[in-house]
Design a protein around this ligand. Structure first.
Ligand SMILES: *Cc1c(COP(=O)(O)O)cnc(C)c1O
Length: 354
Protein backbone atom coordinates (compact mmCIF):
# COMPACT_ATOMS: atom_id res chain seq x y z
CA UNK A 1 0.00 0.00 0.00
CA UNK A 2 1.39 3.34 -1.10
CA UNK A 3 0.39 6.20 1.18
CA UNK A 4 0.51 9.71 -0.26
CA UNK A 5 1.24 12.22 2.49
CA UNK A 6 0.09 15.84 2.31
CA UNK A 7 1.06 17.81 5.40
CA UNK A 8 -0.93 20.71 6.77
CA UNK A 9 0.41 24.21 6.21
CA UNK A 10 -1.42 25.49 9.30
CA UNK A 11 -0.73 23.20 12.28
CA UNK A 12 -3.09 23.66 15.22
CA UNK A 13 -1.98 24.60 18.71
CA UNK A 14 -1.70 21.55 20.99
CA UNK A 15 -4.22 21.49 23.84
CA UNK A 16 -3.05 22.77 27.22
CA UNK A 17 -4.13 21.68 30.67
CA UNK A 18 -6.32 18.67 31.38
CA UNK A 19 -7.10 16.50 28.38
CA UNK A 20 -10.54 15.01 28.35
CA UNK A 21 -11.60 12.31 25.93
CA UNK A 22 -12.52 12.51 22.27
CA UNK A 23 -12.96 16.23 21.74
CA UNK A 24 -9.61 17.38 20.37
CA UNK A 25 -8.22 16.03 17.09
CA UNK A 26 -4.75 16.14 15.60
CA UNK A 27 -3.54 17.84 12.40
CA UNK A 28 -3.89 14.87 10.05
CA UNK A 29 -6.06 11.91 9.18
CA UNK A 30 -5.73 8.80 7.07
CA UNK A 31 -8.25 8.28 4.25
CA UNK A 32 -8.69 5.44 1.75
CA UNK A 33 -11.50 4.70 -0.72
CA UNK A 34 -13.09 1.46 -1.76
CA UNK A 35 -14.83 1.04 -5.09
CA UNK A 36 -16.34 -2.22 -6.25
CA UNK A 37 -14.20 -3.66 -9.05
CA UNK A 38 -11.22 -1.54 -8.03
CA UNK A 39 -10.74 -2.55 -4.41
CA UNK A 40 -9.20 -0.28 -1.77
CA UNK A 41 -7.38 2.63 -3.39
CA UNK A 42 -5.94 6.12 -2.91
CA UNK A 43 -4.45 5.63 0.55
CA UNK A 44 -3.53 9.09 1.78
CA UNK A 45 -2.69 11.12 4.86
CA UNK A 46 -4.19 14.58 4.58
CA UNK A 47 -4.82 17.57 6.85
CA UNK A 48 -7.70 16.88 9.26
CA UNK A 49 -10.80 18.31 7.65
CA UNK A 50 -14.56 17.92 7.37
CA UNK A 51 -15.82 15.31 4.93
CA UNK A 52 -18.65 15.96 2.50
CA UNK A 53 -21.20 13.24 1.83
CA UNK A 54 -24.44 13.23 -0.09
CA UNK A 55 -27.49 13.16 2.22
CA UNK A 56 -28.43 9.87 0.55
CA UNK A 57 -25.12 8.21 1.55
CA UNK A 58 -26.10 4.76 2.81
CA UNK A 59 -24.36 5.04 6.17
CA UNK A 60 -26.88 7.68 7.27
CA UNK A 61 -29.86 5.43 6.68
CA UNK A 62 -29.04 1.83 7.42
CA UNK A 63 -25.98 2.11 9.63
CA UNK A 64 -23.55 0.11 7.50
CA UNK A 65 -20.40 1.14 9.32
CA UNK A 66 -17.73 -0.22 11.64
CA UNK A 67 -15.15 1.24 13.97
CA UNK A 68 -12.11 0.31 16.01
CA UNK A 69 -10.34 1.83 19.00
CA UNK A 70 -6.73 1.60 20.09
CA UNK A 71 -4.05 3.86 21.51
CA UNK A 72 -0.50 5.08 20.96
CA UNK A 73 1.60 5.56 24.08
CA UNK A 74 4.69 7.72 24.68
CA UNK A 75 7.01 5.53 26.71
CA UNK A 76 9.13 6.49 29.66
CA UNK A 77 12.05 5.96 27.25
CA UNK A 78 10.63 8.48 24.74
CA UNK A 79 9.53 5.78 22.28
CA UNK A 80 6.06 5.84 20.75
CA UNK A 81 4.31 2.45 20.86
CA UNK A 82 1.11 0.77 19.67
CA UNK A 83 -0.46 -2.09 21.62
CA UNK A 84 -1.44 -5.19 19.59
CA UNK A 85 -2.63 -3.32 16.45
CA UNK A 86 -2.68 -6.66 14.57
CA UNK A 87 -5.59 -7.70 16.83
CA UNK A 88 -7.57 -4.60 15.80
CA UNK A 89 -6.86 -5.46 12.16
CA UNK A 90 -8.21 -9.00 12.65
CA UNK A 91 -11.28 -7.76 14.50
CA UNK A 92 -11.91 -5.21 11.74
CA UNK A 93 -12.26 -8.03 9.24
CA UNK A 94 -14.50 -10.06 11.55
CA UNK A 95 -16.76 -6.99 11.89
CA UNK A 96 -16.58 -6.26 8.15
CA UNK A 97 -17.63 -9.78 7.31
CA UNK A 98 -20.75 -9.50 9.48
CA UNK A 99 -21.66 -6.13 7.97
CA UNK A 100 -20.90 -6.99 4.31
CA UNK A 101 -18.07 -4.44 4.25
CA UNK A 102 -15.13 -5.58 2.08
CA UNK A 103 -12.14 -7.16 3.80
CA UNK A 104 -9.14 -4.94 4.44
CA UNK A 105 -5.64 -6.50 4.28
CA UNK A 106 -4.47 -6.74 7.90
CA UNK A 107 -0.99 -5.40 7.10
CA UNK A 108 -2.56 -2.35 5.38
CA UNK A 109 -4.70 -1.63 8.45
CA UNK A 110 -1.65 -1.80 10.74
CA UNK A 111 0.50 0.28 8.38
CA UNK A 112 -2.22 2.93 8.01
CA UNK A 113 -2.46 3.26 11.81
CA UNK A 114 1.31 3.35 12.24
CA UNK A 115 1.86 5.88 9.44
CA UNK A 116 -0.75 8.40 10.55
CA UNK A 117 0.43 8.19 14.18
CA UNK A 118 4.00 8.70 12.97
CA UNK A 119 2.98 11.89 11.12
CA UNK A 120 1.21 13.24 14.24
CA UNK A 121 3.48 11.72 16.88
CA UNK A 122 4.14 15.09 18.50
CA UNK A 123 0.47 14.91 19.55
CA UNK A 124 1.03 11.88 21.79
CA UNK A 125 0.77 13.45 25.23
CA UNK A 126 3.54 12.76 27.72
CA UNK A 127 1.96 13.17 31.17
CA UNK A 128 1.41 10.02 33.24
CA UNK A 129 -1.57 8.01 32.13
CA UNK A 130 -2.21 9.94 28.90
CA UNK A 131 -2.25 8.55 25.38
CA UNK A 132 -3.25 9.24 21.80
CA UNK A 133 -6.60 7.58 21.09
CA UNK A 134 -6.84 6.14 17.57
CA UNK A 135 -10.24 5.78 15.92
CA UNK A 136 -10.29 3.88 12.60
CA UNK A 137 -13.73 3.58 10.97
CA UNK A 138 -15.37 2.58 7.70
CA UNK A 139 -18.61 4.00 6.31
CA UNK A 140 -20.85 3.05 3.37
CA UNK A 141 -20.98 5.93 0.90
CA UNK A 142 -23.20 4.85 -2.02
CA UNK A 143 -25.80 7.49 -2.85
CA UNK A 144 -28.76 5.15 -2.73
CA UNK A 145 -31.78 4.54 -0.51
CA UNK A 146 -32.19 0.88 -1.37
CA UNK A 147 -31.27 -1.68 1.27
CA UNK A 148 -28.18 -3.52 0.02
CA UNK A 149 -24.46 -3.56 0.77
CA UNK A 150 -22.81 -0.39 -0.52
CA UNK A 151 -20.41 -0.61 -3.47
CA UNK A 152 -18.24 2.25 -2.20
CA UNK A 153 -16.71 2.95 1.24
CA UNK A 154 -14.42 5.33 3.04
CA UNK A 155 -11.85 4.09 5.56
CA UNK A 156 -10.73 6.93 7.80
CA UNK A 157 -8.45 7.10 10.85
CA UNK A 158 -8.61 10.07 13.20
CA UNK A 159 -6.49 10.69 16.30
CA UNK A 160 -7.36 12.33 19.60
CA UNK A 161 -5.00 13.07 22.49
CA UNK A 162 -6.70 11.79 25.62
CA UNK A 163 -6.19 12.41 29.31
CA UNK A 164 -5.56 9.90 32.09
CA UNK A 165 -8.65 7.75 32.63
CA UNK A 166 -7.99 7.81 36.35
CA UNK A 167 -7.03 11.21 37.72
CA UNK A 168 -6.10 9.87 41.14
CA UNK A 169 -5.50 6.13 40.96
CA UNK A 170 -7.85 3.27 40.15
CA UNK A 171 -11.33 4.00 41.45
CA UNK A 172 -14.11 1.38 41.70
CA UNK A 173 -17.30 2.06 39.76
CA UNK A 174 -20.93 1.10 40.33
CA UNK A 175 -22.60 -1.01 37.65
CA UNK A 176 -26.25 -1.55 36.81
CA UNK A 177 -27.23 -5.06 35.68
CA UNK A 178 -29.91 -4.36 33.09
CA UNK A 179 -32.88 -6.74 33.35
CA UNK A 180 -35.18 -5.21 30.73
CA UNK A 181 -33.37 -3.94 27.62
CA UNK A 182 -30.91 -6.21 25.81
CA UNK A 183 -27.91 -5.29 23.67
CA UNK A 184 -27.43 -8.24 21.35
CA UNK A 185 -28.53 -11.80 20.67
CA UNK A 186 -26.73 -14.77 19.20
CA UNK A 187 -26.86 -14.50 15.42
CA UNK A 188 -27.04 -10.72 15.70
CA UNK A 189 -24.01 -8.45 15.61
CA UNK A 190 -22.92 -8.28 19.25
CA UNK A 191 -19.42 -9.52 18.41
CA UNK A 192 -18.98 -6.77 15.79
CA UNK A 193 -17.66 -3.30 16.62
CA UNK A 194 -20.37 -1.29 14.94
CA UNK A 195 -22.33 1.83 15.81
CA UNK A 196 -25.70 0.07 15.84
CA UNK A 197 -24.80 -1.82 19.00
CA UNK A 198 -24.09 1.48 20.72
CA UNK A 199 -27.31 3.08 19.47
CA UNK A 200 -29.15 0.11 21.00
CA UNK A 201 -27.39 0.65 24.32
CA UNK A 202 -28.21 4.30 24.96
CA UNK A 203 -31.66 3.94 26.56
CA UNK A 204 -30.39 1.60 29.26
CA UNK A 205 -27.33 3.77 29.84
CA UNK A 206 -29.49 6.84 30.40
CA UNK A 207 -31.60 4.86 32.89
CA UNK A 208 -28.51 3.62 34.76
CA UNK A 209 -26.97 7.12 34.87
CA UNK A 210 -30.20 8.60 36.22
CA UNK A 211 -29.95 6.07 39.04
CA UNK A 212 -26.34 6.98 39.84
CA UNK A 213 -24.62 4.02 38.15
CA UNK A 214 -21.80 4.67 35.71
CA UNK A 215 -22.32 1.75 33.30
CA UNK A 216 -24.68 -1.00 32.25
CA UNK A 217 -23.93 -4.71 32.50
CA UNK A 218 -25.86 -6.61 29.84
CA UNK A 219 -27.46 -10.00 30.26
CA UNK A 220 -27.96 -12.49 27.44
CA UNK A 221 -30.70 -11.45 25.04
CA UNK A 222 -32.75 -14.63 25.27
CA UNK A 223 -33.10 -15.65 28.92
CA UNK A 224 -31.77 -12.44 30.49
CA UNK A 225 -30.01 -14.67 32.95
CA UNK A 226 -26.35 -14.92 31.93
CA UNK A 227 -23.75 -12.17 32.21
CA UNK A 228 -22.51 -10.80 28.87
CA UNK A 229 -20.49 -7.57 29.07
CA UNK A 230 -20.47 -3.92 30.13
CA UNK A 231 -21.18 -0.99 27.73
CA UNK A 232 -17.70 -0.80 26.20
CA UNK A 233 -15.87 -3.27 28.43
CA UNK A 234 -15.71 -6.99 28.97
CA UNK A 235 -16.25 -8.23 32.50
CA UNK A 236 -14.21 -10.47 34.80
CA UNK A 237 -14.82 -11.94 38.25
CA UNK A 238 -12.54 -13.54 40.77
CA UNK A 239 -14.61 -16.28 42.36
CA UNK A 240 -13.05 -18.53 44.97
CA UNK A 241 -9.54 -17.89 43.69
CA UNK A 242 -10.36 -18.46 40.01
CA UNK A 243 -10.58 -15.85 37.27
CA UNK A 244 -13.92 -16.19 35.49
CA UNK A 245 -15.25 -14.35 32.42
CA UNK A 246 -18.19 -14.99 30.08
CA UNK A 247 -17.18 -17.09 27.09
CA UNK A 248 -17.32 -15.55 23.62
CA UNK A 249 -20.66 -16.68 22.25
CA UNK A 250 -21.31 -14.36 19.30
CA UNK A 251 -23.11 -11.66 21.24
CA UNK A 252 -20.07 -10.45 23.22
CA UNK A 253 -17.41 -8.16 21.78
CA UNK A 254 -14.05 -9.98 21.79
CA UNK A 255 -11.99 -7.35 23.58
CA UNK A 256 -8.26 -7.16 23.03
CA UNK A 257 -7.82 -6.15 26.66
CA UNK A 258 -9.95 -9.19 27.61
CA UNK A 259 -7.61 -11.43 25.64
CA UNK A 260 -4.53 -9.77 27.19
CA UNK A 261 -5.92 -10.15 30.74
CA UNK A 262 -6.56 -13.86 30.14
CA UNK A 263 -2.99 -14.34 28.87
CA UNK A 264 -1.44 -12.42 31.75
CA UNK A 265 -3.51 -14.23 34.39
CA UNK A 266 -2.57 -17.62 32.92
CA UNK A 267 1.10 -16.60 32.91
CA UNK A 268 0.74 -15.89 36.65
CA UNK A 269 -0.61 -19.39 37.20
CA UNK A 270 -4.28 -18.49 37.73
CA UNK A 271 -6.94 -20.84 36.54
CA UNK A 272 -8.99 -18.86 33.98
CA UNK A 273 -12.49 -20.03 33.10
CA UNK A 274 -14.33 -18.75 30.02
CA UNK A 275 -17.88 -19.95 30.53
CA UNK A 276 -21.49 -19.01 31.17
CA UNK A 277 -22.03 -17.13 34.43
CA UNK A 278 -25.57 -16.55 35.66
CA UNK A 279 -26.61 -13.59 37.81
CA UNK A 280 -27.81 -16.13 40.36
CA UNK A 281 -24.34 -17.65 40.58
CA UNK A 282 -22.92 -14.20 41.26
CA UNK A 283 -25.47 -13.44 43.96
CA UNK A 284 -24.76 -16.80 45.60
CA UNK A 285 -20.99 -16.30 45.36
CA UNK A 286 -21.41 -12.88 46.91
CA UNK A 287 -23.53 -14.26 49.79
CA UNK A 288 -21.03 -17.01 50.57
CA UNK A 289 -18.11 -14.57 50.45
CA UNK A 290 -16.56 -16.18 47.36
CA UNK A 291 -16.99 -13.22 45.01
CA UNK A 292 -13.58 -11.69 45.63
CA UNK A 293 -13.17 -9.21 42.78
CA UNK A 294 -14.95 -7.82 39.75
CA UNK A 295 -13.43 -5.64 37.02
CA UNK A 296 -14.14 -4.45 33.50
CA UNK A 297 -11.53 -4.52 30.73
CA UNK A 298 -11.23 -2.23 27.69
CA UNK A 299 -8.78 -0.03 25.83
CA UNK A 300 -9.99 3.18 27.48
CA UNK A 301 -9.58 2.27 31.15
CA UNK A 302 -7.56 -0.96 30.74
CA UNK A 303 -8.88 -2.25 34.09
CA UNK A 304 -11.93 -0.76 35.73
CA UNK A 305 -12.57 -2.17 39.22
CA UNK A 306 -16.25 -2.68 40.02
CA UNK A 307 -17.17 -1.95 43.64
CA UNK A 308 -20.93 -2.18 43.38
CA UNK A 309 -23.29 -4.30 41.26
CA UNK A 310 -27.02 -3.65 41.24
CA UNK A 311 -29.52 -6.29 40.12
CA UNK A 312 -33.20 -5.44 40.67
CA UNK A 313 -33.43 -4.87 44.46
CA UNK A 314 -30.08 -6.48 45.23
CA UNK A 315 -27.00 -4.29 45.62
CA UNK A 316 -23.79 -6.26 45.94
CA UNK A 317 -20.77 -4.49 47.38
CA UNK A 318 -17.63 -6.22 46.17
CA UNK A 319 -14.39 -6.34 48.11
CA UNK A 320 -15.69 -3.58 50.41
CA UNK A 321 -15.86 -1.24 47.38
CA UNK A 322 -12.06 -1.33 47.27
CA UNK A 323 -9.73 -2.21 44.40
CA UNK A 324 -8.86 -5.89 44.36
CA UNK A 325 -5.29 -7.16 44.40
CA UNK A 326 -5.52 -8.89 40.99
CA UNK A 327 -7.22 -5.84 39.43
CA UNK A 328 -4.42 -3.57 40.61
CA UNK A 329 -1.68 -5.96 39.51
CA UNK A 330 -3.23 -6.40 36.06
CA UNK A 331 -3.53 -2.65 35.63
CA UNK A 332 0.10 -2.10 36.64
CA UNK A 333 1.36 -4.89 34.37
CA UNK A 334 -0.59 -4.08 31.21
CA UNK A 335 -0.15 -0.30 31.41
CA UNK A 336 3.50 -0.98 32.32
CA UNK A 337 3.95 -2.86 29.03
CA UNK A 338 2.12 -0.09 27.14
CA UNK A 339 4.30 2.66 28.60
CA UNK A 340 7.51 0.65 28.21
CA UNK A 341 8.08 0.36 31.98
CA UNK A 342 7.54 -3.41 32.19
CA UNK A 343 9.33 -5.83 29.88
CA UNK A 344 7.04 -6.89 27.02
CA UNK A 345 7.57 -10.64 27.29
CA UNK A 346 4.43 -11.26 25.19
CA UNK A 347 5.66 -9.28 22.15
CA UNK A 348 2.55 -7.10 22.24
CA UNK A 349 3.95 -3.65 21.48
CA UNK A 350 4.97 -2.22 18.14
CA UNK A 351 7.23 0.81 17.66
CA UNK A 352 5.62 3.65 15.72
CA UNK A 353 8.95 4.72 14.24
CA UNK A 354 10.48 2.11 11.91
C1 LIG B 1 -14.43 -2.07 22.14
C2 LIG B 1 -15.34 -2.80 23.05
C3 LIG B 1 -14.87 -3.55 24.15
C4 LIG B 1 -13.44 -3.57 24.59
O1 LIG B 1 -12.55 -4.02 23.62
P1 LIG B 1 -10.99 -3.66 23.73
O2 LIG B 1 -10.43 -4.23 22.47
O3 LIG B 1 -10.48 -4.33 24.94
O4 LIG B 1 -10.89 -2.18 23.80
C5 LIG B 1 -15.81 -4.26 24.88
N1 LIG B 1 -17.12 -4.21 24.59
C6 LIG B 1 -17.61 -3.49 23.56
C7 LIG B 1 -19.06 -3.48 23.29
C8 LIG B 1 -16.73 -2.75 22.75
O5 LIG B 1 -17.23 -2.03 21.75
Amino acid sequence: MDIKITKTTSPKAKPEGKLGFGKVFTDHMFVMNYTEGKGWHDARIVPYEKITLDPSAMVFHYGQEMFEGLKAYRGADGKARLFRPDMNAKRTNATNKRLCIPQLPEEDFVEAVRAVVEVDQDWIPTEDGTSLYIRPFIIATDEFLGVAPSKTYLFIIILSPSGAYYESGLAPVGIWIEDDYVRAVRGGMGFAKTGGNYAASLAAQVKAHDDGYSQVLWLDGVERKYIEEVGAMNIFFKIDGKIVTPMLNGSILPGITRNSVIEVCKSWGYEVEERKISVEELIDAQKSGKLEECFGTGTAAVISPVGKLRYKDDVMIINGNEIGEVSQKLYDTITGIQWGKVEDTFGWTMDVNK
